[in-house]
Design a binder for this molecule. Structure first.
Ligand code: HEM
Length: 176
């Protein structure tokens, strides 16, 4: 087990998929990997369901049951590392994105907005921020950015410009 609040190493689906038995079982839930071997016998829903949820992203299985807050709280005792989202098969990622868009459209939720503030509010980890790169498709037109995001972009651009202008620029860039 990795100490609470510490980020564990990054684990791919391939590696997680090697732990699928009652002697050694890992689960992937919401971007984190858990070694539930010791929990199998204690699980109120039984060990079978846990074993069938190994070797994949089990977030939906976990959510479908409507686990209580205390069940969610238990997760941290089994945490062993961060899940490498980029190791999920492309078709799983695409199916999820489509489902999320459908769900958002159904609930009338606005998806076409600058979500930078929402993203920042959650306080995402460094590895979560790095994961963004895998899903990058292009830049938003500056007119459509939120005020804060635009100010950030302007700071970045001026730091980049200054970077081309010698040592001062390089230092500015280092601190931006
Ligand atoms: C480490 C991950 C998990 C933990 C800590 C956990 C914990 C718990 C706990 C404490 C309960 C009792 C009800 C509650 O408090 O919500 C429960 C029930 C249940 N869990 Fe999990 N669970 C985990 C993963 C899963 C997964 C991946 C599945 C897959 C389908 C699953 C299926 C169920 C089912 C079906 C029940 C209902 C049992 C019943 O009410 O008869 N659980 N779980």
């Amino acid at each position: 087990m990795v100490a609470e609040g510490t980020e564990g190493r990054v684990i791919t689906l391939e590696e997680a998929s090697k732990h699928t038995t009652e002697k050694d079982a890992w689960l992937v839930i919401h971007g984190k990997v858990y070694d539930v071997t010791k929990f199998l016998e204690e699980h109120p829903g039984g060990d079978e369901v846990l074993l069938t949820s190994t070797a994949k992203d089990a977030s939906e299985d976990f959510e479908d049951v409507g686990h209580s807050d205390s069940a969610r709280d238990m997760l941290k005792s089994y945490y062993i590392g961060e899940f490498d989202m980029s190791s999920l098969p492309a078709k799983v990622v695409a199916a999820r994105a489509a489902a999320a868009t459908r769900a958002a459209a159904k609930s009338g939720e606005e998806t076409t907005q600058d979500a930078s503030q929402d993203f920042d509010d959650v306080g995402h980890s460094k590895s979560a921020i790095k994961m963004l790169e895998q899903y990058y498709v292009g830049d938003l037109h500056p007119d459509d950015l939120s005020e804060k995001a635009r100010a950030k972009l302007e700071r970045k651009e001026s730091a980049e410009k200054a970077a081309g202008e010698g040592l001062f620029g390089r230092i500015t860039k280092m601190f931006w």
